[in-house]
Design a protein around this ligand. Structure first.
Ligand SMILES: [Zn+2]
Length: 385
């Protein structure tokens, strides 16, 4: 069956005046224009489906193991140092699935462009990596990060920020099996399913553009709403550079995330802190000890009923309790007996581009380059080739 298909496939290719290899996705791109995104990490099994012709390559030997006309949804798992795909067993620790023509690959039901690598790790766990062009990766990120109904200039600004951030991370991951993850720790990546017409248009119209500062790719952080002032990156991470020192932002005042309120049980806070290495019992009070210039909390003090005092940074507290529960690090604390109210402003870490600010700047007719210049002062836009 496979042989018959290959003969037919070769005839079709000859008729079209091309070779199979020229049909392989990504072949006209340089390694710089490709990113590797981990869509699943350390899983025991997952479902793989390929609609259309594809090949399976043993990546370490650069050897094509099979070519076939399609794959029905099949379970992939590790089996005695082999990788098992449906009823086939492959003696390899790194397989590459390459679609031909318009064939598409589905991992756990989600459609991905480009190639998919299956890497066998220790303890029979698998990592699934989507190997894709940088531009298509950004298309899979944008709709997950902002609305496709926003003004195009705001989406374009976000496209350049997301591309810049991806390149920044990629340059630091050369020795690893992937560059980026598909969750909030990198950028939220949804594959082909997450693409929309206007977000794709914004990527195409800013094709290849990234931000640099002093010749270096900018770590172009971004967040949902700064609520008045963006944060100085050096207070959170090791970046003391002019474009990330923080700016005043009066553009996000109408953001739905400008104000927020959360009511949390003290017992839940106690449990989460104890799960993260603290040792406390019956919280009496949470006090803000110190704020920085932007109003965000540097230091919190937690006092228990037996008068134990714990000092914790605002950054760590938010991370432990949950960054989507405590939406920003800018809040006041209102004790309510066994509960506590957090009355806050903004959403996200606050560094770099303020997405809701960019949205309202674009509504005020600012172009995407002006928006980027506002949130990353001093950064230069260049073409990444
Ligand atoms: Zn803002």
């Amino acid at each position: 069956m496979i042989k018959r298909f290959l003969i037919l496939f070769s005839i079709v290719c000859l008729c079209l005046g091309c070779s199979i290899s020229s049909q392989l996705v990504l072949d006209d791109l340089t390694p710089r224009q490709i990113v590797r995104v981990a869509v699943l990490d350390d899983v025991k099994e997952f479902s793989l489906k390929v609609k259309g012709p594809f090949s399976v390559l043993d990546f370490s030997k650069n050897l094509v193991l099979i070519e076939d006309e399609g794959l029905v949804a099949s379970i992939v798992r590790a089996k005695d140092t082999d990788i098992q795909i449906g009823n086939n067993y492959y003696d390899a620790y790194h397989l590459r699935i390459t679609p031909y023509y318009d064939a598409s690959i589905y991992v756990n039901g989600l459609r991905f462009r480009g190639r998919v690598d299956i890497v066998l790790n220790k303890d029979d766990l698998l990592t699934v990596v989507n190997v894709i062009s940088l531009e298509k990766y950004i298309k899979g990120v944008l709709y997950r990060e902002i609305s496709d109904r926003w003004p195009l200039e705001a989406i374009k600004a976000q496209a350049v920020a997301a591309r810049t951030y991806a390149v920044y991370i990629k340059e630091r991951s050369k020795d690893q099996s992937y560059d980026l993850r598909s969750d909030i720790y990198s950028q939220v990546y949804g594959g082909k399913n997450a693409e929309r017409y206007r977000t794709n248009l914004a990527v195409d119209r800013t094709k290849g553009l990234i931000l640099k500062y002093n010749g270096m790719v900018l770590p172009a952080y971004y967040h949902a709403t700064c609520a008045g002032k963006t944060e100085d990156a050096k207070l959170l991470w090791d970046h003391d550079i002019a474009p990330l020192r923080g700016v005043t932002c009066n553009f996000c005042k109408k953001s739905p995330h400008y104000f927020w309120k959360r009511n949390v049980q003290l017992k839940d806070i106690q449990d989460k802190l104890n799960e993260n290495g603290y040792d406390l019992w019956l919280i009496e009070e949470i006090q803000v000890v110190d704020r920085n210039e932007s109003g965000r909390i540097n230091i919190l003090k937690i006092v228990t009923r037996d008068n134990k005092e714990i000092i914790i940074s605002g950054k760590d507290f938010r991370q432990i309790i949950g960054p989507n529960l405590i939406k920003s690090n800018n809040y006041v604390v209102d004790m309510q007996g066994y509960y506590v109210d957090f009355l806050g402003k903004g959403w996200g870490h606050g560094v770099g581009l303020c997405q809701w600010g960019a949205n309202f700047m674009a509504r005020d007719s600012y172009r995407f380059d002006k928006i980027l210049g506002y949130y990353y002062p001093g950064a230069k836009m260049v073409e990444y080739k």
